[in-house]
Design a protein around this ligand. Structure first.
Ligand code: SAM
Length: 254
């Protein structure tokens, strides 16, 4: 928490810059462009997480800023990256603007309702990211990554896990970087940086103490949905374990 709040998105970003949370001009300019007010209606310009339903939150702006700072050298024009647990789509949109039209960002979210709302959020500010294919948002279990698009220059994970899913390490390019909260849900998590060397060895570096929602099974995060299925509100609507082209919803709202 950087004790920042503002009456506008610009005020929030200026405050985070003054407090040294935002350090680089690239991260500053991309975060100024992506207005948090399009991604949450409640207290968008306060540096605190906000509920987005389904037992999860949009992360605090200072954590978005930190993640983008740690990843920025891997988010250059033409980079290919994953955003796991893309939630509202805020980080995915920032990443997509940073990799430019020749790059690609794939966001993976396991709650269909959140995926739909992230499409709406991004459409309200930056529809071209979806229409030109720079950003694809998919439904699936992010712990498996997305093999068809691998290898990736960087991977951002927006939810915590006791360990790094091996699929994400396998899908990272040599020279690539993962930023991810690691540790038990109950507490004691660290935001970690994982750098894959050309030899394939992965160097881990703890960055800061954090508390994120878990990277988990859909029915554990939102048992109510499971209950609805059991009550017959859905018949055969298993969320696909892996994103596939018919579940790529990026153009659905156009
Ligand atoms: C902290 S929240 C949102 C993060 C996002 N960066 C944001 O600020 O809007 C974490 C997200 O991870 C999603 N999630 C949790 N487990 C997941 C999994 N196994 N696969 C994909 N998404 C998952 C949750 O539904 C939630 O939207």
């Amino acid at each position: 928490m950087s004790w920042c709040w503002g009456n506008s998105h610009d005020e929030l970003i200026t405050c985070m810059k003054e407090h040294g949370v935002i350090r680089s001009s690239r991260v500053e300019s991309v975060m100024r462009i992506v207005d948090r007010g399009h991604y949450t209606k409640t207290n968008p310009y306060v540096d605190a997480p906000q509920s987005i339903g389904y037992n999860v939150v949009i992360s605090a702006p200072h954590l978005h800023a930190r993640a983008l700072e740690y990843l920025q050298d891997h988010l250059h024009e033409g980079s290919k990256c994953l955003d796991i647990g893309s939630g509202t789509g805020y980080v995915a949109a920032c990443m997509a603007l940073m990799v430019g039209n020749t790059g690609k960002v794939i966001g993976i979210e396991h709650m269909e309702e959140l995926l739909q709302s992230s499409i709406d959020n991004i459409s309200s500010g930056h529809p071209h990211l979806l229409s030109n294919g720079t950003l694809e948002l998919m439904l699936g279990d992010g712990r498996h990554g997305f093999l068809d698009g691998a290898p990736y220059d960087c991977i951002h994970v927006g939810a915590s896990s006791p360990s790094v899913p091996q699929a994400l390490v396998d899908q990272l390019k040599p020279g690539g970087r993962i930023i991810m909260p690691i540790g038990p849900y109950e507490g004691g998590q660290q935001l970690e940086q994982l750098d894959k060397l050309s030899t394939g060895i992965v160097l881990r570096k703890p960055l800061l103490a954090v508390r994120y929602v878990p990277l988990t099974d859909q029915h554990k995060q939102w048992p109510e949905q499971q209950q609805q299925k059991q009550n017959g509100h859905h018949d055969d609507e298993q969320v696909q374990k892996y994103p596939s082209s018919d579940k790529m919803l990026q153009r659905k709202s156009f």
